[in-house]
Design a protein around this ligand. Structure first.
Ligand code: HEM
Length: 257
């Protein structure tokens, strides 16, 4: 930056000498150019254009590169999957993020666009990104929907990253909820109707306590699910006892209203 300013100052003095009154405008515009060019964060990672990336298909260039969420990986060692005429060759030379989740590999189905994905789909895509980070070498970024020509995240790229974070948090929240209020076991019998009961493994949540079956109302919802409630969570105000069932019983028959 300092070097650049010295050069610009030298040019300025020269311009001043030769151009007289227009000099101030020229000097100002030169300073602006230098100042703004230093504001662009220079990403050290190589930034590929789409045309460049297309060449790394094992034919035009010997290497096999693919992009996912705008991150470019060298997948040459996976030639048995990605090489010419191999099953997953479609991923090579482009960003086919969408297909990692949809499993649709036709030309018209290939797209970088994933903004309409559900939380679950976004988590699955992020899982693939982490797979490539772990198994292959990342070699750069793709100038496209996710990164600009300087390797800076685009507003679209940032929005997708935020959605992925939200998707991850939502999953953690659901998991936390499930651990705190494990689902009940359920069975149905033509004569007796439905029975819900708790055990130390119900809902797939292994724990030291059993809990008692209660109707758990999620916030803002009029419907409920059966959850096994621990004594310490009994007075949360979002749980209701099953009608006609002893409040200390591990098992309740569900009466139809
Ligand atoms: C959304 C759908 C799918 C996608 C996006 C997908 C993607 C991939 C990718 C990218 C690889 C290469 C992984 C690597 O670099 O090591 C792979 C490998 C493989 N896939 Fe799929 N796949 C899909 C569905 C399936 C299905 C339905 C099957 C089986 C019926 C399958 C069977 C395999 C097998 C056997 C391998 C090779 C594993 C190995 O040799 O290491 N895939 N898949």
């Amino acid at each position: 930056m300092f070097k650049k300013l010295v050069i610009v100052s030298l040019i300025a003095v020269t311009v001043d000498f030769f151009c007289g009154e227009k000099a101030t405008d020229i000097i100002l515009s030169l300073y602006k150019t230098v100042f703004y060019s230093t504001q662009i964060p220079v990403n050290r990672e190589r930034v590929f254009t789409k045309e460049e990336l297309k060449l790394y298909n094992g034919v035009d260039k010997p290497q096999l590169y693919l992009a996912i969420l705008g991150n470019v990986f060298d997948v040459s060692k996976g030639i048995k999957h990605y090489g010419p005429n191999k099953q997953y060759n479609v991923f090579v030379g482009q960003d086919a993020s969408r297909s990692f989740v949809t499993g649709k590999f036709n030309k018209e189905d290939i797209s970088e666009d994933v903004a309409d994905f559900s939380y679950e789909e976004l988590r699955s895509l992020d899982h693939w990104l982490n797979f490539y980070k772990k198994e292959y070498t990342k070699i750069g970024l793709l100038n496209g929907k996710y990164f600009d020509e300087y390797g800076r995240a685009t507003p679209y790229g940032e929005a997708v990253q935020n959605l992925i974070k939200e998707a991850e948090q939502a999953k953690q929240q659901i998991q936390l909820e499930k651990t705190k209020f494990p689902p009940c076991n359920v069975e149905w019998d033509a004569d007796k109707g439905s029975r819900v009961w708790c055990s130390q493994k119900s809902g797939g949540i292994e724990r030291s306590w059993v809990g008692v079956p209660r109707q758990l109302y999620e916030p803002g919802s009029k419907s409920y699910r059966c959850a096994c409630i621990n004594e310490s969570n009994e007075d949360l105000g979002v749980v209701k006892e099953y009608e006609g069932c002893d409040k200390t019983s591990f098992s309740c028959f569900v009466t139809q209203n």
